[in-house]
Design a protein around this ligand. Structure first.
Ligand SMILES: [Fe+2]
Length: 252
């Protein structure tokens, strides 16, 4: 599986605190079937984003962890005025593996009225926004129509693996299922931050999607789409969405 969203670099944001934590997260990811992982530190008013520092940390981790997993670079890009200006000057500092795709995180408190314009500007500059974990954002949970509109515009949606297990609460879990039923999810990712509570793991969510929505959908959202994203290629044509497969006890 390919994980396009993680905070595995040590000491640069609220993710891994030490080099040992980073290595532990990577080893757990490898042990549970992740072959590629994108290190995506926050770029927001709280955390300074330095692509050169990130590159050096990723290289050091790569040489330590071995060939079982490939570490690529990206950014958990928060929509702020300064960030957008910096992005337009140096998009490859922020995009995944210096390709067209960019993780975009919304604030929990405000959604800019001109968000659609911002996305349109990005798209016409060749940058494809991947909206991160809308299912966890209390404002986006109430904006299914806008999300659908942004997807029609060309944006993608990424759901957090732990949302399916209820780790982020029942509203996040239910909204994940709504997005799946509406065929609006393009990719799952761990958004891993640490070893214990928010590990960089994809395997349990893969099994849940396989069980509930079929193996082809799981392969598409955990392997095929994220592979196209790291390779900077267009996504394959969407699969027809199947009705959720309910377990027998859910039919009562
Ligand atoms: Fe994140």
């Amino acid at each position: 599986m390919i994980d396009i969203h993680s905070h595995i670099l040590p000491g640069v944001d609220d993710g891994a605190d030490t080099f040992e934590t980073s290595l532990g997260m990577l080893r757990a990811a490898v042990a549970h079937g992740t072959t590629h992982i994108v290190a995506t530190p926050h770029a927001d008013p709280q955390f300074h984003f330095d692509p050169e520092v990130n590159r050096q940390l990723a290289a050091k981790l790569s040489s330590e962890v071995g060939s079982g997993i490939r570490i690529l670079l990206g950014c958990d890009f928060h929509l702020t005025f300064d960030n957008i200006r910096a992005l337009m000057e140096h998009p490859a500092f922020y995009t995944i593996n210096a390709g067209p795709y960019l993780l975009v995180e919304f604030s929990d408190l405000v959604i800019f009225k001109n968000t659609t314009d911002i996305f349109q500007q990005m798209l016409s500059a060749g940058i494809v926004p991947i909206i991160t974990h809308p299912e966890r954002n209390p404002l986006l949970q109430q904006r299914l129509t806008e999300l659908r509109g942004w997807v029609e515009l060309g944006c993608l949606l990424q759901v957090t693996t732990q949302s399916l297990s209820g780790f982020w609460g029942s509203r996040a879990r239910k909204f994940s299922e709504t997005l799946m039923a509406e065929n609006l999810v393009h990719v799952f990712a761990s958004d891993g931050h640490d070893l214990e509570h928010r590990p960089a793991r994809m395997d349990e969510a893969y099994q849940t999607v396989k069980k509930d929505w079929g193996e082809a959908r799981a392969e598409r959202l955990f392997v095929e789409n994220p592979r196209a994203i790291i390779d900077g290629l267009p996504l394959p044509a969407p699969l027809e969405v199947e009705a959720r497969r309910k377990a027998w006890y859910q039919l009562w």
